[in-house]
Design a protein around this ligand. Sequence first.
Ligand code: ADP
Ligand code: MG
Length: 272
Amino acid sequence: ATPMALITGTGAASRKGLIIRNAEAIQTARDVSVVVLDKTGTITEGSPSVVGTDLSADDLAAAASVEAFSNHPLAKAIASASDERRPVSDVEEITGEGVRGTVDGVEYFVGKPGDPARYDEHLSMGRTVVEVRRAGVLAGFLAVEDPLREDAVEGVKRLSGMGITCVMATGDNEKTARAVAARVGIGEVHAGVRPDGKLDLVRQLQARGGKVLMTGDGMNDAAALKGADIGVAVGSGTDLAIDSADIVIVRGGISRLADAVAISRKTFTVIR
Ligand code: ADP
Ligand code: MG
């Protein structure tokens, strides 16, 4: 591409609320055939809140105290579900699983349920369930709800209308993932994806041919953002995600991806 076209494309993108960190990306965007969307923080707002629990006040206080040490969006929701704080020692975050910590000499685990099937009712509503285990024994659950981003439905619709396949990738469970995907009109769902699994998924999709754009906000997304043909970080995301991205969405969400592709197709149309 001519430098002038890159400047034009980059300028048009910035007016739409996109920061182009790598000028080539705005040229590559016209050839995107698959968009991979992280669920939490990309399709949803990433600011969940606790909407149900069967924990005792004591166990809730312990769980909130342990989660206060984690930066995960779910952890923030759970930490603010109780005002009480207990002294916690031996905190250990298990990426993609949950957090462990010792409270009053008792080990607590707050994270993925052992048997998600028992929470079907919550999961089919698109909620995430977090389990609390006290000394290895189930103490109860927390149901967490994360609202969809305002432009998620419109964004997926626009991308689909441009002939682009939208794919969801999430570490969350299959049932929750499917419920959220159905709401925004995504048919292809990869759930229970381990942190390094997102990069594997990007490679698999690249093997189908065509360029793959990946969007995410979390530390877990960094490798996949780098491995994709275009990595797009959501502006509210972690520093690591932003540093790994070619494009950063400053205002808005998924709809900005459709803007990027539209700008690219317009600016870099090959005139024969
Ligand atoms: P996503 O890809 O949707 O951003 P993650 O890979 O970060 O999700 O996490 C996957 C799953 O691991 C979460 O849905 C949750 O069940 C569990 N999990 C991870 N971190 C925590 C935490 N700090 N507290 C509770 N659960 C957690
Ligand atoms: Mg995320």
